[in-house]
Design a binder for this molecule. Structure first.
Ligand code: PLP
Length: 293
């Protein structure tokens, strides 16, 4: 897509039923200011979001994304989103995308300080070119996440399973990975279990088994990981959830970071030690992830 697109959304009640929500959308100039300085999303990162991959104008895995938006909103005590309203906003944004890869972002914020309602908007923009990461792979380092595997269930106020706008820590972890000469990071709990990357889910292959850390461990349930698991099931392959240690990752037969925009990036090294890459399988996986889903 050549141009960016932005749509302000007036959120309506979750149970309001309408065939057409277009009068709750206002297309705005994506390069002009659109938010109030009292916005709690910008002041505190207090809100939730989704990033949806778009391929040739087709928004991928819309349903898992809107469901996760609702799940994140619930964890943050935000008003439940009207899913049909968000589906229609996604359709409008996707129609602006044209050929190639793009990204639609959905944002649901607590709103303006002392304001009556949450603020919501959607944007569409060209996606970065991730073809090198998909084919040549990425080196990862493991980074301490600072809590143990039980923290998510023990302390729900940490919002570990919500896709909140507070990504400063995730971005800091990526910078630390770059400082250590790697491309990306894998978070590790204090008790030694691998979790996820700052913006992606981890999947490893051990023999014929594909394994990802269970979302109960305080991580996001990735829509791409769910989609990959459907693909694996269709191929008759075993895909499961389990707790995984750093040694499980370092000793894997193959491993990937998967996410909505970069798709499947094979891991070529963990903390400087090489990991085997299955180039043919990875190419097939990315071909599937680029097909309409
Ligand atoms: N984990 C984290 C922390 C993320 O930020 C993301 C995506 O941005 C993912 C996992 C992967 O989620 P998805 O596959 O839905 O993009």
């Amino acid at each position: 897509m050549a141009q960016r697109f932005a749509l302000m959304i007036t959120p309506v009640d979750a149970d309001e039923q309408r065939a057409d929500f277009s009068d709750s959308f206002t297309a705005v100039n994506p390069t002009a200011p659109a938010l109030s300085v009292g916005e709690l999303s910008t002041q505190r990162g207090d809100g939730v979001f989704e990033s949806i991959g778009v391929v040739d104008g087709h928004a991928q895995e819309v349903e898992p994304h809107v469901q996760r938006l609702a799940h994140s909103a619930k964890l943050c005590d935000l008003p439940a989103p009207n899913l049909e309203q968000w589906r229609q906003a996604i359709a409008l944004a996707a129609a602006e995308c044209g050929p190639g890869e793009a990204v639609i972002k959905l944002i649901l914020s607590r709103g303006v300080e002392h304001g009556p309602a949450p603020t919501a908007w959607a944007t569409a923009a060209p996606a970065s070119d991730f073809s090198a990461a998909r084919t040549d792979g990425i080196r990862v380092v493991t980074l301490d996440r600072g809590y143990d595997l039980g923290a998510g269930e023990r302390a729900p106020w940490l919002l570990l399973g919500a896709k909140t706008l507070s990504y400063a820590v995730n971005m800091a972890a990526l910078r630390e990975a770059h400082r250590r000469g790697a491309d990306d990071a894998v978070f590790v709990t204090r008790d030694g279990y691998v979790l996820e990357a700052p913006t992606a889910s981890l999947i490893i292959r051990r023999g014929e088994r594909f394994i990802t850390p269970a979302p109960s461990g305080g991580i996001l349930h990735g829509t791409t990981q769910l989609s990959v698991y459907e693909y694996l099931a269709d191929q008759g392959l075993t895909a499961e959830y389990a707790t995984l240690t750093v040694d499980d990752l370092a000793g894997a037969d193959a491993a990937w970071l998967v996410s909505s925009i970069r798709l499947a990036a094979p891991i070529t090294a963990v903390d400087g030690a090489p990991l085997p890459v299955d180039a043919a399988f990875t190419a097939a996986l990315n071909a599937y992830l680029l097909s309409p889903r």
